[in-house]
Design a binder for this molecule. Structure first.
Ligand code: PLP
Length: 533
């Protein structure tokens, strides 16, 4: 039999590039592996890899804890002293060591209880859904709103081991609609909500259904989050790039989008523009759209019959919220009474939630005809349903504890602390990067990243060319090898010809030390490649 070869595969797959998990991340994995062995560890100039390449807040090595309301992370400081067995008066730990059956049942139950209350990390709404009998054990100890929430979801869902409705659990979709109504001040219909395995699954579905066998053009910002270019490559859509303006804080310019449309028409390739992707707040730029630009974008979509795909996964990541509040495209479309078809995406992976691994998100359809919506439903039903744990995550995202509820004070303290840490790190990193020779960095109001621009010496550009790499890839690789800091080169997000950037996250703890390493590396890199800057 002939072995399966790459040539046998869908050629579109070969064109898919996803820099966030690309060459740099693979190299970082290798280095992590080497750090595990004493022999190799001694030969490396750093003791740990700092994962600044991906917005994955709860990743090992970063310090963002899960929100207690969702997960009830056990904090050793909060741990009550273990209860004692009524029969033998021990803490039940005999049960752990015993291989005989002589331990009392009370002791065994207590051991399990003390383990659960004191040691096991993943509990709360999510955990009560995983293991409903836990409710009886914790009901007098955990906040009553957590217990009530879990009971309500249990009554609706039953076992989380069962498939749900393909669009997601109806009650959770209702809660999403309520959240949107409250956020925007306009009605939202649960039937327009589709729960997804993260925003990625929703984006992928929409691009899949929008791209027809004729040449379908999708307007995407540059720089962009590479989910878009990767998915367009997968489904053979045509990216129509429009450049964001770095000198104007990465703003979105209508002229750039019009120019991209004109170019698509002038190319004479028959590409039909079908949709406009807007990432707001932006990734990798962190820029936030103002309401006037949002209105203009909606009118532009009207004028060119474009579907508006609004990626709003960073809506809760705004560092100066009083000065820069978030406005959704749903609100703009409704306020303008626009007929533009709009799909907006949200996720539990970002914000202060950071539950990336749980895979939860949703999209809302607005001005989407019932027969189109029915087709979307047909397509999601092929995948049966999004993960139940992700759906429960979405419920916690859209229904955080309210003021006056028992979990509210703690939830507020935790989420405030995460916002403050992100704001502080972002400001500090932007200031220090801007002070470096040959670096300019927009101090973003939102998202989880900075996207500094590099003026690289000609020597570095030449060395990269010889190595068959982009110059910012060379920079990022040397940064990783010298310091253990993993960032993503700008070439993965798109940039103007001859420009160089990299994206780093603002999630890494020990920011002073980390930025110090970046600075030292940068100065050394310039020297190495012949810049006197
Ligand atoms: C702009 C943007 N959209 C979508 C996603 C995907 O998020 P999810 O984890 O919900 O699939 C990301 C992840 O980083 C992102 O940055």
């Amino acid at each position: 039999m002939r072995p399966l070869a790459v040539a046998d595969l869908n050629p579109a797959v070969l064109n898919v590039q996803y820099a966030v998990r690309g060459e740099l991340a693979i190299k970082a994995d290798e280095l992590n592996e080497r750090l595990r062995s004493q022999e190799h560890r001694d030969k490396l100039p750093f003791s740990k890899v700092i994962s600044s390449n991906i917005g994955n807040p709860q990743q090992k090595g970063l310090d963002q804890p899960p929100i207690t309301f969702t997960r009830q992370t056990s904090n050793p400081a909060d741990r009550a002293s273990p209860a004692l067995c009524s029969q033998c008066h021990s803490d039940g730990s005999k049960a752990r060591d015993s291989v005989s059956y002589s331990i009392t049942e009370g002791c065994f139950t207590l051991y399990a209880r003390n383990m659960i209350e004191g040691l096991v990390v993943l509990t709360c709404v999510a955990a009560l859904m995983e293991y409903p009998p836990l409710i009886d054990i914790v009901k007098d100890k955990w906040p009553s709103d957590v217990i009530e929430r879990a009971q309500q979801l249990q009554a609706e869902i039953g076992s989380i081991g069962a498939y749900s409705h393909s669009k997601g659990i109806p009650l959770i979709r209702k809660h999403v609609a309520q959240f949107i109504e409250e956020r925007d001040g306009f009605p939202s219909d649960p039937e327009d909500i589709f729960l997804t395995a993260g925003a990625s699954a929703g984006v992928s579905l929409l691009l899949n259904v929008l791209i027809t066998p004729h040449k379908t053009g999708i307007l995407i910002p540059i720089p962009q989050y590479p989910l878009y270019t990767a998915t367009l490559a997968q489904y053979s859509g045509v990216p129509l790039p429009y450049h964001l303006s770095e000198t104007d804080g990465w703003s979105t310019s209508l002229e750039e989008i019009r120019a991209a449309l004109t170019k698509a028409e002038a190319d004479g390739t028959g590409v039909l523009p079908r949709a406009l992707v807007v990432i707001n707040p932006g990734n990798p730029t962190g820029a936030l759209l103002d309401e006037k630009t949002m209105e203009e974008l909606v009118w532009l979509c009207e004028e060119h019959s474009l579907v508006l795909l609004a990626d709003e996964v960073y809506q809760d990541n705004l560092h100066r919220r009083a000065a820069h509040p978030f406005h959704s495209f749903k609100q703009t479309v409704r306020r303008l009474r626009s007929p533009v078809p709009l799909i907006s995406f949200h996720s539990i992976s970002k914000g202060v939630f950071g539950e990336c691994g749980r895979r939860g998100g949703y999209f809302e359809c607005c001005n989407v005809a019932p027969d189109v919506r029915a087709l979307l439903y047909k397509m999601v039903s092929v995948g049966l349903c999004p993960p139940l744990s992700g759906q429960i995550g979405v419920d916690c995202l859209v229904r955080p504890p309210r003021a006056g509820e028992p979990s509210h004070a703690r939830w507020k303290a935790e989420t405030d602390a995460i916002h403050a840490a992100l704001a502080q790190r972002t400001a500090l990193m932007a200031a220090r990067l801007n002070a470096l020779p040959g670096v300019s960095c927009v101090d973003s109001p939102g998202a989880l990243y900075l996207y500094p621009k590099l003026e690289l010496p000609a020597g570095a550009v030449e060395a990269a060319r010889k190595a068959g790499k982009e110059a910012d890839t060379l920079y990022a690789l040397e940064l990783l090898e010298e310091t253990g800091i993993c960032v993503v080169p700008g070439s993965g997000f798109g940039q103007k010809e001859g420009e160089h950037h990299y994206r780093l996250t603002c999630l890494c703890p020990g920011v002073e030390e980390y930025v110090g390493m970046l600075e030292k590396f940068h100065v050394g890199f310039l020297k190495r490649y012949g810049s006197s800057a």
